[in-house]
Design a protein around this ligand. Structure first.
Ligand code: UT7
Length: 332
């Protein structure tokens, strides 16, 4: 086993579908308003994939951009992990479709299901493979086509979500000052609270029938207020734990890249951690909640927009269905 910090992010990429759906567009579908959505969530618009655009299509484009940014070829990859709750199919895994689309002939690929925490679960998994020495160069993706799980008649949920993909390349590097070093990772789950955020139908618990399609059990169901409270508590705890594991304090954090579910959640977390809100990255106004894709998309945007400086301490933190939560600290 090599040192626990032998793993660095060497490239990022993202892809967002072209079609923009604004809050005003949603006013025509359900009893809602731009004012309600903006004040309760911070979301102004979201991207929705084309009917024939799959999760693996978006993931593959994000992956190509990440490989270009890292300066590597598809053949250099030996591991592909895709975090998604909207796979192209039950099986094969979305990672196998990505492998085929990008030509990563030397990699092994599989998917991870941890809802909105999925990307950080995938990063932690890649980190274990790399620190353990069995893999050297991993493609870690968070990608979702949540529009395929939305009930467009439910105003509680349809205003929240969007589609998109983000990817990073993670590589073995045991030099102490390598850029993009992953300093720590924590993750947790509590299956007792699974019922608060789920897609109850469409899989083996409630296989697709005419009746359950009519009653929309195969779409996202969420107890918003309860989820909000747990999200705040767990994201704060996970952040503190990840910082402690890295030997750092909240005052060391240059930028928080949180899961983009609700601007109010991000504000409360920043306040509780004592981190000024200007040090949080927010792009949910443009994309809404893209589940596993939010953090890698935000990381890519932060990097490409010049917001990240070499050596910056980044705090990544997520919360999602399961419930699941996770946090990682990166020295950029
Ligand atoms: O990504 C995984 C983690 N997800 C989260 O962390 C999401 C956590 N939850 C939330 O972000 C918020 O709870 C929501 C944005 C989902 C909802 O905001 P809220 O302030 O908790 O609203 P609420 O659910 O308590 O609803 C307040 C009122 C209700 O009306 P009554 O019962 O007070 O008359 C809702 O019916 O707002 C109503 N409402 C809406 N009104 C206009 C709910 N959705 C809408 C809507 N437009 N789209």
């Amino acid at each position: 086993m090599s040192n626990p910090c032998s793993c660095s992010i060497i490239g990022t990429g993202s892809y967002m579908p072209k079609r923009v759906v604004t809050n005003n567009d949603l006013e025509k579908l359900v009893d809602t308003s731009d004012e309600w959505i903006t004040s309760r969530t911070g979301i102004k618009e979201r991207r929705i994939a084309a009917v024939d655009e799959t999760t693996s299509d978006m993931a593959s484009e994000a992956a190509r951009r990440a490989m270009t940014s890292a300066g590597i070829r598809p053949e250099d990859l030996d591991l592909i992990i895709v975090a998604t709750v909207t796979p192209d199919m039950f099986f094969p895994s979305t990672a196998c479709f990505v492998q085929k689309k990008i030509g990563a002939i030397n990699a092994v690929g599989f998917d991870i299901s941890a809802a909105c925490s999925g990307f950080l679960f995938a990063l932690q998994t890649a980190r274990h493979f790399i620190n353990g020495g069995s893999r050297k160069t991993a493609l870690v993706i968070g990608a979702e086509k949540l529009s395929s799980l939305i009930n467009w008649e439910d105003r509680n949920t349809c205003i929240l979500f969007g589609d998109g993909a983000g990817a990073i390349i993670v590589r073995f590097d045991d030099s102490t000052d390598a850029p993009g070093k992953v300093l720590s990772s924590v993750m947790g789950s509590d299956g007792n609270l699974a019922h608060l955020l789920s897609v109850p139908g469409g899989a083996s618990a409630q296989p697709i029938t005419f009746d359950n399609v009519l009653s929309r059990t195969n779409t996202i169901h969420m107890e918003g207020r309860e989820t909000f409270k747990h999200a705040v508590t767990r994201m704060c705890q996970a952040s503190e734990e990840a910082l402690m594991q890295a030997g750092l304090k909240t005052t060391d954090v240059d930028l928080v890249i949180p899961h983009q579910a609700n601007r109010r959640i991000i504000s409360v977390i920043a306040e509780r951690l004592g981190i000024p809100e200007e040090r949080t990255f927010i792009n949910l106004d443009k994309y809404g909640n893209t589940s596993a894709a939010t953090i890698p998309v935000a990381l890519d945007e932060a990097s490409r927009s010049g917001r990240l400086k070499r050596g910056d301490i980044l705090l990544l933190v997520a919360f999602g269905g399961g419930f699941t939560w996770a946090s990682s600290v990166i020295a950029w």
